[in-house]
Ligand binder design. Structure first.
Ligand code: G3H
Ligand code: 13P
Ligand code: NA
Ligand code: ZN
Length: 309
């Protein structure tokens, strides 16, 4: 069924695991993720960015997710807005069938972040929708060395209690050293678990969200490069660090880049090996299979949310 994140986060917190939140942009990606959740008996969050709504249109994505819920009725599925930039997009998604939204006010001042987040929470909670807020900014893709050294971008644990109590958010994304995309670290990957621990001490039992949590699966990067692609210097968050975060207060782990890499690796390989094929169903089948298998791996080996439904 379509669910909010409330129940899944409560169980994840108590059970010391995390729910996977995967970005969806088309039918094959949705099917691959939901098949994996079904096979591994895992609750799942399907998240839609502003870019996804622009690419596929809101109604196509909500109808595809509706279809997934009919096709896999036993799987708890939250349909979540990823990085809502303002009240308007959050309202459009709440009115348009989402069960959860993120309002990302992290680029605003503390007071402005609180104001916009509270406005979204008030609107969402009246309609039974859960809300994720964000405090602290994730390091940029280009400038990781500079910003990784800059504490100002990490979440300040001293701010979290006031932010959560004044906004009423249901979960909080924090910045502990991850970043979006396939180029997360130049040197040794490192996460500030001390900040995560301090945040969870101040917010006992409260679900924390980790963005930028793709591993940048090396096998996919190699496959892409082997079959005509060119991706240099890609590096993600090591699985061991994600596993550790999942046992802690982190209840939602966001993954987009690994889905993109899996689709691209499978497509490139197929195209090189079958130069005479031109039926999209032929090459989109291994792409969908790659999504399913990588999500199964995440569920079982990284998130620990298998056999939880
Ligand atoms: O946070 C970023 C997600 O990976 C979504 O990316 O905005 O290109 O759809 P996108
Ligand atoms: P990745 O780029 O690491 O997959 O992060 C995705 C994300 O945080 C979406 O909100
Ligand atoms: Na957890
Ligand atoms: Zn994100």
């Amino acid at each position: 069924p379509l669910v909010t994140t409330t129940e899944m986060f409560k169980k994840a917190y108590e059970g010391g695991y995390a729910i996977g939140a995967f970005n969806v942009n088309n039918m094959e990606i949705i099917q691959g993720i939901v098949e994996a959740a079904q096979q591994e008996k895992a609750p799942v969050i399907l998240q839609v960015s502003a870019g996804a709504r622009k690419y596929a249109k809101h109604v196509y994505l909500t109808k595809l997710v509706e279809a997934a819920i009919i096709d896999a009725p036993e799987v708890p599925i939250a349909l979540h807005l990823d990085h809502g930039a303002d009240f308007e997009i959050c309202k459009a998604c709440i009115d348009g069938g989402f069960s959860s939204v993120m309002i990302d006010g992290s680029h605003h001042s503390f007071e402005d972040n609180i104001a916009v987040t509270k406005k979204v929470v008030d609107y969402a909670h009246e309609r039974g929708v859960t809300v994720e807020g964000e405090l602290g900014r994730l390091a940029g893709v280009e400038d990781d060395v500079k910003v990784a050294a800059d504490d100002a971008l990490y979440t300040d644990p001293a701010e979290v209690e006031e932010f959560v109590s004044r906004t009423g958010v249901d979960s909080l994304a924090i910045a502990i050293g991850t970043s979006h995309g396939a180029f997360k670290f130049k040197g040794e990957p490192h996460l500030r678990f001390d900040i995560l621990e301090e945040v969870s001490k101040r917010l006992p039992g409260f679900p924390i969200v980790l963005h930028g949590a793709s591993s940048v699966i090396p096998e996919y990067v190699e496959m892409i490069n082997q079959y005509g692609g060119k991706i240099d210097g890609a590096q993600g968050v090591p699985e061991a660090l994600l596993r550790k975060a999942a046992t802690m207060a982190v209840c939602k782990i966001n993954i987009d880049s690994d889905i993109r890499l899996g689709v691209t690796a499978a497509l490139r390989k197929y195209m090189v090996e079958h130069p005479d094929h031109f039926d999209p169903r032929q090459y989109l089948t291994p792409a969908r299979d790659a999504v399913r298998e990588s999500v199964r791996h995440k569920i079982v080996e990284v998130l620990g949310c298998n056999n939880k439904i």
